[in-house]
Design a protein around this ligand. Structure first.
Ligand code: ACO
Length: 324
């Protein structure tokens, strides 16, 4: 049988880092009140990175992709599939994946974007896994890249303190031994309005509000429920149990959601990979960013079993269980 396996990981954060105190001081100039205490207590976030004006998702994706290729020992020319998960693409079209492809100097690979907001990376990884298993691709670059700072309403303190910019990447290759063990993807479009950026471009104008809107408590409640359920479904598919998971990497949105999920899966908090404290919520980039940080720091090692879990706008959710 043919399997798909992660061959290397990479990530990139734009250099500008804002602590909660620095962000609070900036917001205070516009009369928006917040504090380090409030943000830390409700979310676990201490800092986030913001791209400079004009920097795009493909520009953040490029160094992340190069780092993953280098770690995998794969040349960009060997890649035959590029999937970028993003909700903040460079432009309406071409896809961010095509723009990244040109920057990488790859010619001919299939390239497209996946739009599933904070679940984007698990969606993209599952698509790559399926295409590799069927023989439609041999070596894939799967990336989550976001510049959420572009769609934040800095007059809305209930959302603008939560998000950050960044990119994470993996190279996935065909293999005789299993890497990706099982995955599940879900969505429920009835909840589209609890987390959305409803504006669009039409007739040469921006129509509607192009800034992020969120009903935080509704998202919180839905997220906690679906994350345990989807993890259990994936474990069952793979013929594994809670005890087999070495590391849990949930979407990094809020430390309380993440710890709640770990508890429900009876996992000690030491097995929970946390980067939300330093990155904020980077949407589709958060899981591959956290994976790369954990691999490069030596915590996650080759052979470890890792559960990735995404949840976000749509409403979308999903999980991937893999042996690294
Ligand atoms: N600074 C200070 N005070 C604030 C801020 C802020 N940045 N934001 C809100 N407040 C105030 C509110 O106005 C409210 O004041 P009031 O009681 O006088 O009306 C008070 O704090 C409490 O607000 P709540 O919205 O009830 O706070 P809650 O405890 O629900 O926390 C939060 C809000 C952090 C958004 C939480 O609901 C949450 O994390 N939800 C999950 C959503 C999430 O993580 N989304 C990320 C994207 S989706 C995803 O990736 C899964």
């Amino acid at each position: 049988p043919r399997y798909a396996r992660i061959l290397g990981t990479g990530s990139y954060l734009p250099p500008k880092r804002l602590s909660n105190a620095e962000l609070a001081a900036q917001l205070a100039k516009d009369g928006i009140e917040t504090s380090d205490e409030w943000i830390v207590e409700r979310t676990g976030i201490h800092a986030r990175h913001f791209a400079e004006p004009g920097v795009t998702a493909s520009e953040l994706a490029l160094p992340a992709a190069r780092a993953a290729l280098e770690a995998a020992g794969v040349d960009a020319s060997e890649i035959d599939l590029i999937i970028v998960a993003t909700s903040t693409p460079d432009m309406i079209f071409p896809s961010t994946a095509c723009l990244l492809q040109a920057k990488l100097g790859n010619v001919g690979a299939a390239a497209f974007d996946v739009q599933a907001v904070c679940s984007g990376f698990v969606y993209a990884l599952t698509v790559a896994d399926s295409m590799i298993k069927t023989g439609a691709a041999k070596k894939a670059l799967v990336i989550g890249a976001e510049v959420f700072s572009r769609i934040l309403d800095f007059k809305d303190r209930t959302t603008c303190v939560l998000f950050g910019d960044g990119a994470g990447a993996v190279v996935v290759g065909a293999s005789d031994t299993p890497g990706i063990l099982a995955s599940e993807l879900h969505a429920d479009g009835r909840h589209a309005n609890i987390l959305c950026t409803p504006g669009t471009v039409s007739g040469g104008q921006v129509l509607g509000d192009p800034l992020l809107k969120m009903d935080g408590q509704a998202v919180f409640k839905l997220a906690v429920g679906v994350l345990e359920k989807v993890a259990r479904a994936v474990l069952e598919k793979a013929g594994r149990t809670d005890a087999d998971i070495d590391w849990l990497i949930p979407h990094q949105a809020n430390i309380r959601i993440m710890q709640g999920t770990a508890k429900k899966l009876k996992m000690p908090l030491e097995k929970l990979i946390v980067t939300v404290d330093q990155h904020g919520n980077t949407s589709a980039a958060s899981i591959p960013l956290a994976l790369d940080v954990a691999v490069r720091s030596g915590r996650i090692k080759s052979g470890d079993t890792v559960m990735l879990e995404g949840v976000g706008g749509g409403f979308t959710w999903g999980a991937v269980l893999l042996d690294l």
